[in-house]
Design a protein around this ligand. Structure first.
Ligand SMILES: [Fe+2]
Length: 426
């Protein structure tokens, strides 16, 4: 009798474990309905968008339907239809079941400026909802974007709150920028599933811009989601087209360089430093935009006591200073730091460096001289507004409080003045 009870108990346990594993494994599996719909800037960021989504492999042909946003019910027949480029891929990681997908991509070009559009993706009986987005006016009028340091950990449970706070704070932001380490373990589709669940329709309605972090690399290989699950502008140097790129948006040039490639650019004999130096120099030497912001994962100056990326400064800071780059937005250190500095003893600091974190993984920060503002154990997002000669930078906590606030004002010669603003009356 005791033996029989033991057998039944064991069977129930084994069944439960298998059932839980099955349910867990299925959470990130695709179906015939489109999911993970995400928008990014096209090559011409003001008039084109790239839209990516996935389905299971039963959907071999997919489409995007687009039209101007109507005031009332959607006249489906008035849509313009675009056929997607469909690619088969299997996301594999030893820690979880493989995921077989069809990834679909549509690049929509020649959009009208200052217009409101709707679109849906799918085919046959399987369609997404209609998503809405706007294009910008073809001038240098005011706009804002949102910037996030590493999401990385507890993405669905905790990071989602920060993203949604940011969206609530400014739902009309022109784009959202992530300075790397979007997930914790490169290649794990379950973690990407959490990231996509966190943003859902927000990603489909606002262009997403991301530069990779060290956790987005498996050794020397960039997580394949970067190639298949979304599409950044392909204007970077050969071999780094998914991670190194620029976006011209109104009077801003936003540049991503990849400081996580080649073992955080520490690989002996690696070619990524020289390749990016040459590319960066050529992009900046022909720049006509008033504002230049560079984003990358590794901080030029670290808040963390034990960290100092001298090699990043040595290889890139002289180029940034030569061409008057205004600001560098980074992540990686899981704390907050903001300040101006230079390694050139003959020069006054001219670039604002920011290190930030949006997810719940936290490190302490040291008392380093370069920081004007420091933050620890605080999850942040940032709104950056560019309005002619003025840039307004705000750091906002997960619960919506203003944490850091300053302006950069350009004079007639293009020289920047930093104006510190009060935060909570201090
Ligand atoms: Fe990192």
């Amino acid at each position: 009798m005791i033996y029989k009870t033991f057998r039944i108990t064991c069977s129930v346990w084994i069944f439960s474990i298998l059932f839980v594993s099955f349910v867990y494994a299925q959470r990130n599996m695709p179906g015939p309905f489109p999911d993970r719909v995400i928008m990014a800037h096209g090559e011409d960021a003001e008039t084109s968008v790239s839209i990516t989504w996935r389905t299971d492999t039963s959907i071999s042909e997919a489409f995007l339907e687009l039209q101007y946003s109507p005031a009332g019910p959607i006249p489906k027949a008035q849509s313009k239809s675009y056929k997607a480029e469909t690619r088969y891929f299997v996301y594999e990681h030893t820690a979880e079941p493989s995921v077989e997908v069809h990834q679909h991509l549509c690049v929509v070009e020649q959009l009208s400026p200052d217009s409101r559009y709707i679109y849906r993706v799918g085919s046959g009986d399987y369609w997404s909802e209609w998503f809405e987005f706007s294009t910008v006016a073809a001038d240098e009028s005011k706009f804002s974007f949102l910037y996030f340091g590493d999401p990385q950990a507890d993405i669905r449970s905790q990071w989602s709150r920060v993203l949604r706070s940011a969206y609530r704070y400014n739902p009309e932001a022109a784009f959202m920028l992530y300075a790397g380490d979007l997930i914790n373990t490169a290649g794990r589709d379950t973690q990407w599933h959490e990231w996509f669940e966190a943003g859902n329709f927000i990603y489909a309605s606002t262009p997403q811009v991301m530069t990779p972090g060290n956790h987005d690399y498996q050794g020397l290989v960039l997580d394949p989601h970067w190639e298949y699950a979304f599409r950044m502008p392909r204007n970077g140097p050969e071999g780094l087209k998914e991670s190194c790129f620029f976006i011209d948006y109104k009077n801003l040039k936003l540049i991503s360089i990849d400081t996580s490639v080649d073992n955080e650019l520490r690989l002996e004999g690696g070619t990524a430093i020289k390749k990016q130096q040459d590319w960066l120099d050529s992009v900046l030497s022909t720049n006509t935009k008033k504002w230049v912001i560079l984003t990358t994962h590794l901080p030029f100056y670290s808040p963390k006591e034990s960290r100092d990326n001298v090699h990043i400064r040595k290889n890139f800071q002289p180029i940034l200073e030569k061409y008057g780059v205004d600001m560098v937005l980074t992540g990686h250190d899981h704390s907050y730091g903001r300040g101006m500095a230079t390694d050139n003893p003959d020069k006054a600091p001219s670039i604002v460096y920011v290190v930030s974190v949006s997810g719940p993984k936290m490190y302490d920060a040291g008392d380093k001289d370069w920081m004007v503002v420091k933050g620890v154990y605080t999850k942040l997002f940032h709104e950056i507004t560019i309005d002619g000669n003025e840039l307004v930078f705000k750091g906002i906590t997960a619960n919506g409080e203003l944490f850091d606030h300053f302006h950069i004002v350009k004079d007639k010669k293009g020289k920047n003045q930093i104006i510190e603003k009060l935060v909570n009356g201090e």
